[in-house]
Design a protein around this ligand. Structure first.
Ligand SMILES: NC(=O)c1ccc[n+]([C@@H]2O[C@H](COP(=O)([O-])OP(=O)(O)OC[C@H]3O[C@@H](n4cnc5c(N)ncnc54)[C@H](OP(=O)(O)O)[C@@H]3O)[C@@H](O)[C@H]2O)c1
Length: 270
């Protein structure tokens, strides 16, 4: 199925679903008339309908009217929704993308009780500015057409990588939760400037652009150790800071934060 013919249904329409919808809408891959959604809060449903000019509907109609369902509730809300989907039926032949952290393809398939094609995607918030990092993991029954459509949709909002499903927990820590850690680091850089007299908005600009520029050097193919060797001359300013980072165990701290996120993802298993 071509993206232009695909009818898309969001089961849950919170922060991440709205980012994905907006990115798909910007890409013009699927027209708004082919996109529907469902959430529990009626006032927010109305507000979303008016804001995005798409239709909210019942779960039953959403299933009936969609070729591709995006499961985008919170992991803790998944069982309830999956049971409702199983009770409604009519899922045969549907394509399902799950963005739920921690919830396995097998757990979703078992709960739905019918053989459906499922792809897990770990997206991130940077998809809002088309700089997302989405990690895809394909279920055993996924046809090439579904795989290619999912690549196309998430590729329209940033970079896409494929990983085996057992690596999605760590990918959640790195990419799904990752922006939270990077933003905390950017803020820490900015606060250092504030402490020494730069106002916060100027300081934040300096910090964010420093992260963005450093990331681009790596994205263009340069290796971290080679870059550091270029920046850090012996006994120079960068080396002085790197020595403190090592003494304070900054790299180990970042690794531990990512591992804690991966562990939480594993704990969320259904
Ligand atoms: N946020 C991120 O940066 C990020 C990154 C990667 C992956 N994810 C994954 O994305 C998923 C959603 O996260 P989020 O941050 O977008 O959460 P969220 O803002 O809380 O959104 C959850 C949505 O699910 C809806 N919902 C809950 N129970 C429902 C039900 N029984 N029927 C219909 N709708 C229901 C909620 O509706 P109401 O609000 O109307 O109750 C809400 O719209 C999670 O599984 C998370 O692991 C998020």
């Amino acid at each position: 199925m071509k993206a232009a013919n695909c009818r898309l249904g969001f089961v849950g329409f919170g922060h991440m679903a709205q980012i994905i919808f907006s990115a798909v809408d910007r890409s013009k891959l699927i027209s708004r008339s082919q996109i529907q959604f469902l959430r529990r809060d009626r006032a927010k449903m109305k507000e979303n309908e008016q804001r995005y000019k798409i239709t909210a509907t019942t779960l039953e109609t959403l299933v009936h009217n969609s070729d591709l369902l995006i499961l985008s509730v919170r992991p803790q809300q998944a069982n309830e929704v999956l049971d409702q989907l199983a009770a409604i039926g009519g899922l045969e032949g549907k394509w399902i993308v799950s963005i739920l952290a921690g919830v396995s393809i097998e757990a979703i398939a078992q709960r739905l009780k019918v053989p459906v094609q499922i792809i897990r995607v770990m997206p991130n918030i940077a998809s809002a500015v088309n700089e997302g990092m989405s990690i895809l993991s394909f279920g055993p029954r996924c046809c090439p057409e579904f795989q290619s459509l999912t690549h196309q949709l998430f590729g329209a909002m940033g970079e896409v990588s494929e990983l085996k499903e057992e690596l999605l927990d760590i990918a959640c820590g790195m990419a799904g939760s990752g922006p939270g850690f990077v933003i905390r680091m950017i803020d820490a850089v900015a606060q250092a400037g504030v402490k020494h007299g730069i106002d916060y908005s100027a300081s934040l600009k300096i910090a964010a652009q420093t992260f963005a520029g450093a990331a681009q050097l790596i994205q263009q193919g340069q290796m971290p150790d080679d870059l550091i060797a270029q920046i850090a001359t012996p006994n120079g300013t960068t080396q002085a800071g790197l020595d403190v980072m090592r003494q304070k165990g900054i790299s180990e701290g970042i690794e531990a934060a990512i591992e804690a996120s991966a562990l939480r993802s594993r704990e969320l298993r259904l």
